[in-house]
Ligand binder design. Structure first.
Ligand code: TPU
Length: 558
């Protein structure tokens, strides 16, 4: 059998560790899908629509390090681009691969289906360029290997999504085979002079400071620097706080751990620690409006050292050209101990007292029971909405992972993302916490959890509407049509699956439902939790007030 462009792509995707790729079929990608199927190292996994396909790949990349989604031209790819924007915001290397018009139709004046009706087809790659770190169009076999390698290598190096479109007649075109070696993983040599200068400047900055705090941000994981951050925390012996979007990215049983820094919405004491420290070492933070609680909690100025994935700013100077992991590892060898902040303070995770078993289910009781489910091998995915605030109060055992999408914040992300994560990490306990409003966007992907027998435990918070939006700005647009959420599982099983739909309106019912979910290993279990519309974490209300104030700032006079 001769080797083809599609086979080349498959071999390269398998080479970077993909055991699955996600797909929705369409006539521009059918021949490509056939070619990908010839590679026995990778399984093709199907999604209900392309938005979900993109998010499933995003979730898979969280579990597996990288992912691929294969879709058809325009009608498919433009839906998937929303999820690719999410992967960009969340720093995940997802390769979006779109089938494209036959190479003989480019520049010939032919009008094709699934296009905007003109005769020029570059609009899709132009859109993709704004949302990816590399984008290539394959219309000849000779340049395909270089383009494929460029796209994959850049995505891995930058931890960002990339885009590839392949003319539908090119997937089966004859192509050279990839050679051995690790060309896809190469990265530039660090600038040693700059690194030395950054380390010296950091040590000078640290010298007079006693009350030092580490603040862990959400890009630490993508920068593959979590271990180096722990080594630095061990060396300094100081207090460590995490930003909300980075909860779970630093072990909560570490002796220095002092909770979530999220302004007035964070853990008690964390704000005071960060804002009274004389040295705050910020590790790969993202200070957006949500993270800073409407710009009210934003460490800045001379007391702050910014250690970003691609450089360090300290003492009025910026240093670049080296990776964060290397910088932190070397700093961990040379930094002086700074234990004052850890000695002065303590941290005890909030404890929720059990509710009366037959009392109507409250948000607190639901959180207490979900918190008790978390094991070191749990991956907890929390949707945009009140779920963010719910999981902030849960103590994570070391090893447990928390998946959040706080930068992109697309409601509905979590259902396909948890599906993708479950495909990438089937050995972990997969738990999903999602609101009713968010669920309505992407609910059909639960059907794929049934199809692929993923035992995800879905806690569906039926609080009858958009509670997070009500906290920011209330109005009639925050109410939604109620659904029979638990009943959907029968619809998705259609007589041939093992999904389980349950309802809990009291603590006792929730306990019984969780026991049934743990016993159901052959498919998802969705537990619809009936919670009053006004019942949510207090931190959400505080946070919502500040975000609303930031949104409502009048235009500045020019
Ligand atoms: O628990 P709760 O009620 O906060 O969660 P639920 O029911 O999932 O409601 C979420 C409400 C929400 C909206 C409508 N949160 N953010 N938004 C705005 C929004 C709209 N469309 C997309 C795709 N993403 C968004 N974040």
């Amino acid at each position: 059998m001769s080797f083809t462009v599609g086979m080349y792509l498959a071999e390269r995707l398998a080479r970077i560790g993909l055991k699955h790729h996600f797909a929705v079929a369409g006539d521009y990608n059918l021949a490509l899908l056939d070619q990908l199927l010839t590679n026995s190292a990778m399984r093709q996994v199907y999604c209900c629509n392309e938005l979900n396909c993109g998010f499933a790949a995003e979730g898979y990349a969280r579990a597996n390090g990288a992912a691929a989604a294969v879709v058809t031209f325009s009608v498919g790819a433009i839906s998937a681009l929303n999820a690719i924007g999410g992967a960009y915001a969340e720093n995940l290397p997802v390769i979006l691969i779109s089938g494209a018009p036959n190479s003989n139709d480019h520049g010939t004046g032919h009008v094709l289906h699934h296009t905007t009706g003109g005769t020029e087809y570059s609009y899709q790659i132009e859109m993709a360029r704004r949302l990816t770190c590399a984008a290539e169009s394959i219309t000849d076999a000779a340049s395909a290997p270089a383009k494929i390698d460029h796209v994959i290598r850049t995505a891995l190096r930058e931890s960002k999504p990339a885009y590839l479109e392949i003319a539908c007649n090119l997937a089966t075109a004859a192509c050279v085979r990839p050679g051995p070696g690790s060309a896809l993983f190469s990265s530039p040599e660090p600038d040693e002079t700059s690194l030395r200068a950054a380390l010296d400047a950091t040590l000078d900055w640290l010298k007079p400071r006693e009350r030092v705090v580490l603040l862990v941000g959400s890009r630490l994981r993508a920068a593959r620097s979590a271990e180096a951050a722990i080594a630095l925390a061990d060396r300094l012996g100081c207090a460590v706080t995490v930003m909300a979007a980075a909860k779970g990215d630093f072990p909560e049983q570490h002796p220095g751990f002092r909770g979530v820094y999220w302004g007035e919405a964070g853990d008690p004491g964390a704000r005071e620690l960060v804002e009274t420290a004389d040295g705050v070492i910020c590790l790969a933070p993202v200070f957006n409006d949500y993270a800073t609680v409407g710009w009210t909690a934003w460490p800045k100025g001379k007391t702050v050292l910014l250690a970003d994935p691609d450089g360090v700013t300290v003492g009025g100077m910026a240093f670049g050209g080296f990776g964060l992991g290397r910088f932190l590892a070397e700093l961990a060898e040379r930094a002086p101990p700074r234990p004052a902040t850890a000695r002065e303070t303590g941290f005890s995770p909030s404890r929720i007292a059990p509710a009366a078993p037959d009392a109507p289910l409250t948000n607190d009781e639901m959180c207490r029971q979900i918190g008790a489910l978390l094991t070191p091998d749990t991956t907890l995915t929390a949707e945009t909405g009140t779920a963010w605030f719910d999981v902030m109060g849960m103590a994570l055992p070391n090893g447990a992972r928390l998946e959040l999408e706080m930068q992109w914040g697309h409601i509905g992300w979590s259902v396909p993302a948890a599906f993708g994560n479950a495909m990438g990490a089937p050995e972990r306990r997969q738990v999903l916490l999602v609101g009713d409003g968010a669920f309505q966007l992407t609910a059909q992907e639960v059907a794929q959890m049934v199809r692929y027998a993923c035992p995800v435990i879905v806690f569906l918070v039926n609080n009858r509407g958009y509670v997070i939006e009500s906290a920011i700005h209330d109005g009639p647009y925050n109410t939604i049509k109620n659904w029979d959420y638990a009943g959907l599982l029968d619809v998705f099983n259609a007589g041939e699956g093992h999904g389980l739909g349950l309802r809990a309106a009291t603590g006792a019912e929730l306990e019984v439902a969780i026991a049934a979910a743990l016993a159901n290993r052959k498919g998802p279990t969705l537990i619809e939790c009936a919670i009053a519309h006004t019942d949510c974490a207090r931190s959400l209300v505080t946070w919502g007030r500040h975000v609303a104030a930031a949104n409502a700032r009048p235009p500045q006079p020019r």
